[in-house]
Design a protein around this ligand. Structure first.
Ligand code: MG
Ligand code: ZN
Length: 221
């Protein structure tokens, strides 16, 4: 009996590609849904503690008489951020991701199935606090904002250039603290310009409201 040596076959599965492919499909469906209902959807990304929630609270205070607003909050656990925004008279849905460190398009899709979309004109989506992977997952939104703040130290941009590349706009938040922290805000903006020379960069304080009117203008709201 001959003993023919056999070759092992290898199937390479690109999990990253498959995962991202499925996400892109769901993002396209979300985009279609937003368009159908005439909704402007905005994804707000940024690390923990950059003031994403406070920025949304301030935007809601400025815009809630003009638009019917929904806020989706992404967090591993708790409803803290959604509750804060809800206290401003805005409808909210909390998405608890469990172990996931970012929102993906399917999570947003499930959240959207729990509301009557005809009721809303603007949706703010606060992504999970993390400057790394949220940028890689499209949600199907019209605009992606990155919030950085001067309390994170001077190297946030240099360490996370990819997030800036995926964003449409960068918000430098907490400018009310510039003097107290002796922070070189021009150097931070130069780091952003290094990654993307054309991206709009706005300096705001969601606490004092400085720069919010300009942000609303740039957002076309
Ligand atoms: Mg928050
Ligand atoms: Zn993640």
């Amino acid at each position: 009996m001959t003993n023919t040596k056999k070759e092992t076959r290898t199937v390479n599965i690109d999990i990253r590609k498959d995962l991202f492919g499925a996400n892109e499909n769901a993002a396209a469906l979300n985009a279609e849904t937003f368009k159908k209902h005439g909704i402007v959807a905005i994804d707000i990304m940024g690390s923990v503690g950059t003031g994403k929630t406070q920025l949304i609270e301030t935007l809601c205070d400025h815009l809630r008489d003009k638009y019917r607003i929904l806020m989706l909050a992404g967090d591993l656990a708790t409803t803290i951020d959604a509750d804060r925004v809800a206290s401003h008279g805005v409808d909210t849905v909390q998405i608890n991701t469990g172990t996931a460190c970012h929102l993906d398009a399917r999570m947003v899709r499930v959240a959207l199935q729990n509301v009557n979309l005809a009721d809303y004109q603007v949706i703010f989506i606060e992504n999970v606090g993390n400057l790394i992977c949220p940028a890689g997952y499209s949600l199907g939104v019209d605009r992606k904002l990155v919030v950085v703040s001067i309390t994170e130290g001077p190297y946030m941009i240099r360490k996370h250039p990819l997030t800036i590349k995926h964003a449409d706009m960068v918000i430098i938040n907490k400018i009310d603290l510039v003097e107290a922290l002796e922070f070189d805000i021009d150097a931070l903006e130069a780091d952003i310009r290094e990654v993307d020379a054309a991206i709009p960069v706005l300096r705001v304080s969601s606490k004092t409201g400085e720069g919010i009117d300009q942000l609303i203008k740039v957002l076309n709201l």
